[in-house]
Design a binder for this molecule. Structure first.
Ligand code: HEM
Length: 374
């Protein structure tokens, strides 16, 4: 792949059955301290700050349920400390942990973890790799994993320090599998109501679910019982071919999405929040929003086929040589985009991973306690 840039698209969706809380996507400035404890893990419904990192781990052979229980106990304590600007118990650089920087740390479990620790019966049925799509060029180096940790913060040093400690404390239980860094337009976290732009220059994230109004789409309320208050997380690493994108004129770029580059308004509207008119035709009788434009292909008439998008950009150099559940909410959209989406000419999914994200924990408790002590 000749791409230098891309976007990890992270989707969160409920994975149980019907009706949880939070703030509208991008509609509030991220506060400096985001409380880690509560009904849901932080870092899902909270405003995405400027930087993110995903750390996927594989369990070390022989790690059993008790090992995971110990790791969750240690990590839960770390999470509460780091997010409230206190060093972890084993921190030998405590000065690096004194700025909360809107840090959130969110933990999820991959499909194989359940088999490896003898809890196969507790694995949600949807928790498996996504079906393969024709556009996929997935590489195992950026896919899957037994555990995921998502760190988000306004300060890269705070984020990197917390990440390093979490990796170090996991050493005897789990080893890093892949790491994905991401960044967002600072405008979007600093100014209420602003939508970020991606590296293709597009306003990205306009039509998204609201964690408050659409909470039933976000939080698990049914089965499995241990996941109630949790959610599911799909991480897609998508390479953008910016070299060929650069060759396209502005009209072509706008047509591929169906929105204006200047302000993100649909090609049939005046401002970003206007609803696209998919029926509108031009003087020649052709649709104003192309038949295969991304916003036409990505929208759904099924109100359940929606999920929270938390997109981030990345600009790593190319590698050498190279719902009711998550599946029900995400796959139909990805399938439609797979069949036909103008954006496919410049974008290629190269990493994919699915995780179950347990509910939040309270002071004195720890992540996934009801699963691990059942
Ligand atoms: C690098 C790849 C991608 C880029 C650059 C991209 C960019 C965009 C942009 C600019 C918009 C319009 C503004 C907005 O409503 O946010 C949009 C909308 C959307 N995208 Fe993507 N997208 C990508 C991949 C995907 C994938 C893989 C999915 C899901 C499988 C997806 C799902 C959606 C949805 C659901 C919408 C809102 C559609 C609507 O209701 O109007 N996108 N995307």
């Amino acid at each position: 792949l000749a791409s230098l840039a891309g976007a990890p698209l992270v989707g969160c969706a409920a994975a149980g059955s019907a009706p949880g809380t939070a703030d509208a996507h991008g509609c509030a400035t991220a506060p400096a301290v985001i409380t880690a404890t509560g009904a849901h893990q932080a870092g899902i419904a909270t405003v995405p700050p400027s930087y993110a990192r995903w750390l996927a781990f594989d369990l070390v052979a022989g790690s059993d349920r008790d090992a995971v229980r110990r790791l969750m106990t240690v990590w839960s304590d770390d999470i509460v400390r780091f997010t409230s600007a206190r060093p972890s118990l084993t921190d030998i650089e405590p000065e690096l942990a004194t700025d909360p920087a809107a840090l959130t740390i969110t933990v999820g479990f991959g499909p194989d973890l359940f088999t490896k620790i003898g809890l196969e019966a507790a694995r949600p049925t949807w928790l498996a790799p996504l079906p393969s799509f024709a556009v996929d060029r997935l590489e195992s180096a950026w896919s899957d994993g037994d555990l995921i940790v998502q760190l988000c913060a306004e300060d890269q040093l705070v984020l990197a320090h917390a990440a390093r400690l979490l990796v170090r404390e996991a050493t005897t239980f789990a080893t890093p599998r892949w790491v994905q860094n991401g960044f967002r337009h600072r405008d979007a976290s600093a100014q209420p109501g602003r939508t970020m732009r991606n590296l293709m220059g597009q306003v990205d994230g306009t039509r998204n679910i609201s964690p408050t109004r659409d909470s039933d789409l976000l939080w698990v309320t049914g089965q499995p019982q241990w996941l109630v208050g949790g959610t599911s997380m799909i991480v897609r690493r998508i390479a953008m071919n910016l070299q060929t994108w650069d060759l396209l004129d502005r009209a072509g770029r706008e047509a591929s999405i169906g929105r204006r580059l200047s302000d993100g308004a649909p090609l049939t509207g005046d401002s970003e929040r206007d609803l696209p008119d998919l029926e509108a035709t031009d003087a020649l009788g052709l649709p104003v929003i192309d038949t295969f434009a991304h916003i036409r292909r990505a929208r759904s008439d099924n109100p359940r086929e929606r999920f929270l998008r938390r997109g981030y950009n990345y600009d790593d150099p190319p590698a050498p040589g190279a719902v009711d559940n998550a599946v029900e909410q995400f796959v139909p959209i990805q399938r439609r985009l797979d069949e036909l989406d103008l954006l496919n000419t410049w974008t290629t999914p190269i990493g994919s991973a699915v995780f179950a994200v347990p509910a939040g924990f309270e002071k004195g408790g720890y992540l996934a306690q009801s699963l691990l002590e059942a």
